[in-house]
Design a protein around this ligand. Structure first.
Ligand code: GLN
Length: 307
């Protein structure tokens, strides 16, 4: 694939999908997400040797939502290593991102760190071992990308808090099972801020590039995590990054990736590239309708899935 013309490929993908009918809907259960222009569409691909290709609204910030769960997991793994796995599993959930059902059966141990319950446990771990976890998470992301403008959107965090009934239910259930060690409000404050991080497609693709490069960020030339942890994070994204649509994404696109209800998706091809897309209308499973199609088309045209 050395000679692939990525820009030409992205232009073709954009032309194909820009005007198709989009039956999806913007997430409305978080009031602040309703205000987003649903016609936005952007994509940015960066290769591990730092070549950039893009189109559309790729330089506009949006709420990356659950995509940031991969970043909090990465930070927790750096700090406490494999003990993370004493409190959260590594199996696909096969259920919705905010489902309560499995959690009751499985005694407060979330299936994986990329569903809400699992990400909340990871937040509890960060609250446990860091003095100022919100600041330290941002510091980590900024240092590993070299982009100091990456930040939280306090209005989004507040909006999530106001309507976060399910997340309150999840954390209370886990607290009852003994899998949350800190005050619920502290843990959820961390979680709602985590979900409120904003990035452009370009920043998102750059942020995840270390996972395509064996754990070393080609952007700042630094090891973010070991190759072993990189393998593990990528495998979790592959199996769990799209909740009960993870199989569909593997089947259609064939790359490890992660979605968010802001309409963003990031996917990486180990040894090759990282690619981020944004299109706010979501399908019934809570993943970007056009984003899924864009990425399927990218790997089909470039013949560059990992399978
Ligand atoms: N902030 C959202 C929530 O907690 C994140 C969900 C998502 O992006 N899948 O419900």
């Amino acid at each position: 694939m050395a000679n692939i013309d990525y820009q030409k490929m992205l232009d073709e993908v954009a032309a194909e999908l820009r005007d198709i009918d989009d039956p999806g809907e913007v997430a409305t259960y978080i009031p602040e997400l309703r205000n987003v222009d649903s016609r936005k569409m952007g994509i940015h691909l960066v290769t591990i040797d730092n070549s950039h290709f893009y189109f559309g609204d790729s330089n506009e910030k949006f709420s990356i939502q659950s995509i940031s769960k991969v970043l909090s997991l990465t930070l927790a793994l750096k700090i406490v290593g494999d003990t993370v796995w004493d409190r959260v599993g590594v199996e696909p959930s096969g259920s919705a991102f905010n489902s309560l059902v499995q959690l009751e059966y499985e005694k407060g141990i979330p299936r994986n760190p990329l569903i809400n319950a699992g990400a909340i446990v990871v937040c509890d771990i960060l609250v446990d071992c860091l003095d100022n976890p919100k600041f330290r998470l941002l510091e980590f992301i900024r240092a590993s990308t070299g982009i100091s403008s990456i930040g939280y959107n306090p209005r989004m965090a507040e909006s999530e808090k106001k309507c976060g009934y399910r997340n309150y239910a999840l954390v209370n259930l886990m607290k009852d099972f003994g899998n949350i060690h800190n005050e619920i409000e502290l843990v959820l404050d961390m979680y709602f801020h985590l979900c409120s991080i904003e990035m452009t497609c370009k920043e998102l693709a750059q942020t995840f590039l270390f996972l395509a490069a064996g754990g070393v960020s080609p952007v700042v030339n630094e090891m973010i995590v070991s190759p072993r942890q990189t393998k593990r994070i990528n495998s979790i994204m592959q199996m769990c990054g799209f909740y009960d649509e993870a199989g569909e994404f593997a089947f259609r696109t064939g790359l490890p990736g992660k979605s968010g209800v802001g309409g963003g998706i990031v996917a990486i091809h180990p040894g090759k590239f990282s690619v981020a897309v944004w299109s706010p209308k979501l399908n019934k499973k809570g993943n970007s309708y056009k984003g899924m199609k864009l990425l399927e088309s990218v790997t089909t045209k470039s013949q560059s899935s990992i399978f």
